[in-house]
Design a protein around this ligand. Structure first.
Ligand code: ZN
Length: 172
């Protein structure tokens, strides 16, 4: 397992749409391991492949409580097949937008179809933090970030701050 570098906004890679994974093979399993290691080290509760510069439709997450055993989940080619009309609000953050948190309203429950790490088709219904996390990570695969749900004023402000930082560190 290798810890990878996490890409930070305004890197345009984060706006790319990821491609479907054709075969769940050893390379994909190794990628999932790297993504989990990177996510736990950050630390974070979710990470999409595009956040480490790999444009494939896959994300990992672990929403287990801090004092509970680890519960890593890998979602390959995920698709939301149903979402509730009922909405819920969570304060979201993102490893690609460090130390920035804002409330985001999303469907409270979703049903998601995906392949697991063995390539098996799965479908689960999720609520609570898991539902929010799945939607946040799936957005990444479509080049969408949680700041897109905020007002233009807030989004512009955060983009400006990180553009300035990137310039200072010579990353852009
Ligand atoms: Zn994120």
């Amino acid at each position: 397992m290798t810890k990878r570098d996490i890409i930070i906004i305004p890197d345009p890679v984060l706006r790319e749409v990821c491609k479907p994974i054709v075969t769940v093979d050893a390379d994909i399993r190794a990628l999932a391991d790297d993504m989990l290691e990177t996510m736990y080290a950050a630390p974070g509760i979710g990470l999409a492949a595009s956040q480490i510069g790999v444009l494939q439709r896959m994300f990992v997450l672990d929403v287990a409580k801090e004092d509970a055993p680890k519960d890593p989940m890998v979602f390959i080619n995920p698709e939301i097949t149903w979402e509730s009309e009922e909405l819920s609000v969570y304060q979201e953050g993102c490893l690609s937008i460090p130390e920035y948190y804002e409330d985001v309203e999303r469907p409270a429950m979703v049903r998601v179809k995906y392949q697991d790490i063995d390539g098996q088709q799965q479908e689960i219904e999720a609520g609570g933090l898991l539902a929010t996390c799945i939607q946040h990570e799936l957005d990444h695969l479509n080049g969408k970030l949680f700041i897109d749900y905020l007002s233009k004023l807030k989004r512009d402000r955060v983009m400006k701050k990180f553009s300035k930082l990137a310039k200072q560190t010579g990353k852009l």
